[in-house]
Design a protein around this ligand. Structure first.
Ligand code: FES
Length: 148
């Protein structure tokens, strides 16, 4: 094979390879990977008998799937004859809030976010209230819905 012919073929193969590589990289930006849609799964926390009569109760829900095992805290609140579940995740930057029994408020230790017992903002940088989580009872058991 002549040197000139070899160089032409080499150049064509190189250009083809570079174009393929470029289009593969460009497709990553044009079609970002599809995010996995999280499903709401209900976790049994305790029997209805253990629901707080008033005020709130913190429960830790153990989540086990084939990827990882972890636990998540949830506040179950009984206030003004309404029972609901609140996420402890601060809506500012995601720290976990604590309940202050003395102040009757949720307080975020990170930047001073403060929420009332219904999860509404009282002070600080958060712009949204604490998230309410699905809560249901079935056959005398209480279930909390979490997106996992
Ligand atoms: S993360 Fe809670 S106030 Fe910033």
């Amino acid at each position: 094979m002549e040197r000139r012919v070899f160089l032409k073929k080499y150049l064509k193969v190189s250009v083809f390879f570079l174009l393929t590589l470029f289009s593969a990289i460009a497709s990553l930006f044009i079609f970002p990977s599809v995010k996995r849609e999280k499903k709401t799964l209900f976790f049994k926390v305790f029997s209805e008998y253990n629901l707080p009569k008033r005020g709130l109760k913190r429960v830790d829900i153990k989540i086990e799937n084939n990827v990882r095992h972890y636990s998540m805290a949830v506040f179950i609140v009984n206030h003004d004859n309404e029972i609901f579940a609140l996420s402890p995740v601060c809506t500012h930057l995601g720290c976990l809030v604590n309940w202050s029994r003395h102040k009757n408020l949720f307080i975020c230790p990170c930047h001073g976010g403060v929420y009332d017992i219904k999860g509404f903002i009282k002070e600080g940088p958060p712009r949204k209230p604490l998230s309410r989580l699905p809560l249901k009872t079935d056959n005398g058991e209480v279930y909390i819905g979490l997106k996992v």
